[in-house]
Structure formats: C-alpha cells, structure tokens
Ligand binder design. Structure first.
Ligand SMILES: *Cc1c(COP(=O)(O)O)cnc(C)c1O
Length: 479
C-alpha cells in the first residue's frame, strides 16, 4: 500500500505507511491518502462480524499497513485495545468490546467511543499511535520530541497515549487558567518523566501560534527532532475506521442491512474515517455531519460553499472540542469529491490558504455529493440543553454536550427502519458544568477519577514566548 498527497502530481514519490507515520503534511502541503481504498469483500464482512475489537482492528489495519510484519502489528494492536484501558464503560457493558453499543430505542443507538483513559474518542486512535511511534522509533534507532498545543481533549489523549513510551517526549502547551479544573488535573497530574506540561500565559491561539513558529524554524525542528500528533495524522484517521465496522455489526443482524451514522464534527477527522469505511464497502447509507454554532461544515453540505472563519469569528461554545473554524481533514474528502484530481484540490486550497473560500454549488461536484451519503445539521446551546434533558428523561442516559449535538441532528435525519448510530465522542463527566445546567445535577464520575483535582500537579508556567518554549525544549529534549 502506497500513499499519495491530495495536492501531489503523479511524479511525486509515494511513501509507505511507516514513512508517513511520524510526519504531518506531505511536502507539497497536502494530506496523505491511500492510492486506492482497499475493499472489504462479502466473505470478509461475514468473517469480521463475529470478531472482538482487537482482531477486527488487526484485519482492517492490515489492509492499510503492509510495511510492519504481521506478528508485530498484531502485538501493537492487541496492546492498544485492552479491556483495562477502556474500562470507563456504562454499567453492564463489556469493557473488552472497547466500543460497546448502547441502544436508546429500536434503531437508535449510541456507539460508546469514550471509555478510554481521558473519556473522549481521541483515546482510541492515540493509543494505537503511541504504540506505533514507539515501535517505529525503536526500529530506526531514533527519538522524537512531540510538540503540541491543546485546549483540552487532544493534549490529554496524547499524553496518556505517550506516557512512558521509549524514544518519545511530549511537550504540551495549554492556556494557563483556561481549562476546567478536571481537564487541568487530568494532564498536570501525570508524573511520567517523558511528559512536560507547559502552561502558557495567554489563550489557546497563542499556544498554537508558538507551535507553528517552532515548527517553521526548520533548523530547530531538525536539530531537536520535533514531531506532531495533530488530527491530520493519517494513522489517527485509519484507527478510527475500525469502530464504524464494529458499530455496524453491533447494530445489525446481517450484512444485507444498511445503517446511518451521525458524527459530532469539528475538524472532520472522525467523520472522514466514516467516509473511508463507506468507500471500503461497509453498507453505510448516510453520514450525518453534526456541528455546533461553528457551522462551517453544515454550511458546505447545504450550500456547496466552504468558508473557513477567522479565529475571531469562532464562537466559544459548550461543546468546546468542536469550536473549530477550519476543518483540517476536510481536504481529504474534497480530494475524493473532485474525482481525486490534485490540480483541482490545489486550486481550491490556494483560495483557502489565502484566507478565502470556495463555492462548488454550480459545479457537477456538488450534484455528486449525494453519492457520498453526506447530510448535515447544526445544534446550539439551547438545543444541547434540551437534548441532554430529553435523552435523560426518555432513556435514562446522560450524554455529553458534543454527543448531544450528534443526537439532536441525528433525530432530524432518521428514516423509519434504518438503524441510526450516533457516535458518543466524550463522557458527560468531562463537561460537568453544562450537565448541571441541563439536569440540575452533576453526572457520575468514574471511580478512578474521583478527587483527581487533589493530586500533585507537574507543570511549568511561562509567558507566551517562542524563545521561552524553545529554551525549555533545548534543556529537556531527547536529542
Ligand atoms: C475532537 C472532538 C470532536 C470533533 O472531532 P473531529 O474529528 O475534529 O471532527 C467532537 N467531540 C469531542 C468530544 C472531541 O474531543
């Protein structure tokens, strides 16, 4: 399996999986995708239906990764997806399922993706990434210093996945005093030698700007082997394909059935994996993209206009992990939409990268959208509160704010007789404040996370200065 760039021409080299694993963007600024989508045959779907998560993951990942020996890949996958690591499931569920299905009513389900260490779906891909990084770095005899900025979920998932991994150090910037006490405690209470929490006096954007500035200093980047684990990383996308298959098998009895998925979306990473599962032949009818008040993606699927917003135009909402105005993985889908024509993608993203927008409404591409199954909708704060209340009253289930956006939009698109599966992207315990606002009481917190705010914390605080961060890396990097 070879990978190509969404902006590349046919003369560009086509790397293998491990060659793109540690990098981010392709050299031409595009995103990597497989040359062709491997297909899941009827015989394979029949065999896969009965498999436990780790075995299913191995089957699917093997189709995309052919430069890691099968026995090594199997051991990496087995270690990533253990019941012990995904123990935060609802009472009565089997943690070994990794992503159990909760049925709200016939043909209306939640796929639990948030039972990992940090209570959000990002753990599923990050755990695989942590083990893949460690394996590939050991093979190459190299080290990597991961530099990132987080407003909450991504940073904690990355730290829990990378803690204790040989050859990897994590330098995670977070906005000083801006995260919830629970989020702070989750990250800062890690005592592992290879994890460095840096609280920056400023906002998330200041932290993000520092990461960009450091990454653009090519000499520093090479000297200190700076890497990233951001959402455009291909391995993160491919890991997420697995649970669409798992959810499909759990919600159906035969492979003749079709299901719909609803996906709370910001960066288009999660739903991009659904698109690829569908392209592989998984019987998915529609992919319902649910946004919050930051509705760039909903606007596109309704009108054909993609208009990323300026940072100042981004709303701070009660589903904060979707407060994104530029969907970094969207380019992958558009590549398929324009018939995999990299020249067309280059032309469209020349506009986006210059701060502009593009409009496909008058093109045949827009008419072709339906064939990819995408529909969309949006949800606001009042919808979120009402949905959390209704889901609790009707089904006795407390959903988090992001999942509530998914449930709200999913309900608008349900078809009688077609199972609708809403991806549960976080647990309610992570967003207590809004749950209290909706229900008048806090959600239950998993026993092992009670009192986490009282643990000793390990964090250095510094001004929002590129030089200060570089100096810190210089004195702590594994070089
Ligand atoms: C990251 C995140 C999302 C958005 O996922 P994308 O892949 O960026 O679309 C939704 N919900 C939660 C809880 C998240 O952490």
């Amino acid at each position: 399996m070879r990978y190509l760039s969404t902006r590349g021409d046919s003369s560009s080299p086509t790397p293998t999986f491990t060659e793109i694993l540690l990098g981010g963007l392709a050299p031409d600024g595009g995103l990597y995708l497989p040359e062709t989508y491997p297909q899941a045959s009827a015989a394979e779907l029949a065999e896969w239906r009965g498999l436990p998560y780790h075995a299913l993951a191995f089957r699917i990942l093997s189709k995309f990764i052919d430069d890691i020996p099968a026995c090594d890949l199997k051991s990496i996958v087995d270690r990533s997806y253990t019941a012990a690591a995904f123990s935060h499931c609802r009472p009565g569920r089997d943690a070994g399922d990794i992503t159990p299905l909760t049925t709200l009513e016939p043909d209306f389900h939640l796929l639990e993706l948030s039972n990992g260490p940090t209570l959000a779906f990002k753990d599923i891909a990050m755990r695989l990434l942590g083990n893949l990084f460690e394996y590939v770095l050991a093979k190459k005899g190299e080290a990597l210093n991961i530099l990132g900025a987080t407003s909450g979920d991504t940073g904690s998932a990355a730290e829990y996945a990378m803690r204790g991994k040989r050859g990897v150090r994590v330098f995670m910037l977070s906005p000083h005093g801006r995260m919830s006490p629970f989020q702070r405690a989750q990250m800062y209470s890690l005592q592992d030698d290879n994890i460095y929490n840096i609280a920056v006096r400023g906002m998330f954007d200041d932290a993000q700007d520092i990461v960009k500035a450091v990454s653009n200093d090519h000499e520093f980047k090479a000297r200190y082997k700076i890497g990233a684990v951001n959402s455009i990383n291909w391995a993160r996308v491919v890991a997420q394909i697995v649970y669409y298959f798992k959810g499909y098998f759990a919600a159906t009895r035969s492979n003749a059935e079709t299901v719909d998925f609803a996906v709370p979306s910001g960066n288009f990473g999660n739903v991009c994996a659904g698109h690829i599962a569908r392209m592989m032949g998984l019987p998915i009818g529609r992919l319902v993209v649910a946004t919050n008040e930051n509705d760039v993606l909903d606007e596109f699927f309704r009108s054909g206009v993609y208009r990323p917003r300026a940072t100042a135009e981004t709303h701070a909402t009660s589903s904060p992990s979707m407060d994104i105005s530029k969907a970094s993985n969207f380019e992958r889908f558009v590549f398929d939409l324009v018939g995999r024509d990299p020249a067309a993608v280059r032309e469209l993203w020349a506009k986006v990268d210059a701060g502009g927008s593009f409009d496909l409404s008058e093109t045949p591409y827009f008419a072709g959208l339906a064939q990819f199954g995408f529909v969309s909708g949006k949800s606001g704060h009042a919808d979120r509160l009402a949905t959390i209340r209704r889901t609790y009253e009707q089904y006795g289930v407390i959903v988090d704010t992001h999942t509530a956006d998914g449930v709200k939009v999913a309900a608008e698109w349900r078809i009688h007789g077609v199972p609708m599966i809403v991806l549960e992207t976080a647990l309610a315990a992570k967003f207590e404040e809004t749950i209290v606002e909706a229900l008048g009481r806090a959600p239950e917190r998993p026993a092992d996370l009670r009192g986490i705010e009282n643990l000793p914390q390990r964090v250095v605080t510094m001004d929002a200065s590129v030089d200060a961060v570089k100096n810190f890396i210089r004195s702590h990097a594994d070089a």
